[in-house]
Design a protein around this ligand. Structure first.
Ligand SMILES: [Zn+2]
Length: 185
């Protein structure tokens, strides 16, 4: 079932979400619907608050860069090198992130902030401790798009949006568009 993706201005996007205490059938059902919604909207990540549920739950699916001759992107998963694709789709609750490394600018967009993209500065790498739906723990150490996506999605769990993190000059440029979005959500 496709879910309604909440838009900029909706207070549900600004709340701090609660930890998930128990993996229930309802939660698994929600995950199925979140994945379906993410694929239908061609997103690479979706956090539960974006569909109106203030729980610390995220789904991510990053496609492999399909350039010919490129080696598959490798990341560290529980201490072992594995292809990034091997853990997709990635569904987790109660994440703990430790971003590290140099800040770098990258253009972000968000399914909850329609029609806008902007450069955001974040650390290049992330160490993450994620709880999967079977109760197991996944420890990741990664860079690239996954590190970026993890930081963006986990921000949603604390009520932050990427547009909060753009430079002050970019904020001035975005202000009008955001005001319009907030008025029409
Ligand atoms: Zn987002």
């Amino acid at each position: 079932m496709l879910l309604n993706v909440r838009q900029y201005g909706d207070p549900v996007l600004r709340a701090v979400s609660a930890p998930v205490e128990k993996i229930t059938d309802d939660l698994k059902n929600l995950v199925e619907n979140m994945l379906e919604t993410m694929y239908a909207t061609e997103g690479i990540g979706l956090a539960a608050p974006q569909v109106g549920v203030n729980m610390r739950l995220v789904v991510i699916d990053i496609p492999e860069d399909e350039e010919e001759g490129e080696e598959p992107e490798m990341i560290t998963v529980n201490g072992e090198q594995k292809p990034m694709r091997s853990i997709m789709p990635l569904v987790f609750v109660n994440p703990e992130l430790e971003p590290y490394g140099k800040q770098y600018l990258f253009t972000e967009g968000c399914l909850s902030v329609r029609g806008i993209r902007a450069n955001v500065s974040r650390p290049e790498f992330v160490k993450a401790r994620l709880t999967l739906l079977d109760g197991s723990t996944l420890e990741l150490d990664c860079g690239g798009l996954l590190a970026r996506c993890l930081q963006h999605e986990c921000d949603h769990l604390d009520g932050f949006l990427y547009v909060d993190r753009v430079s002050s000059a970019a904020k001035i440029t975005l202000a009008k568009k955001l005001k319009k979005l907030a008025a029409s959500y």
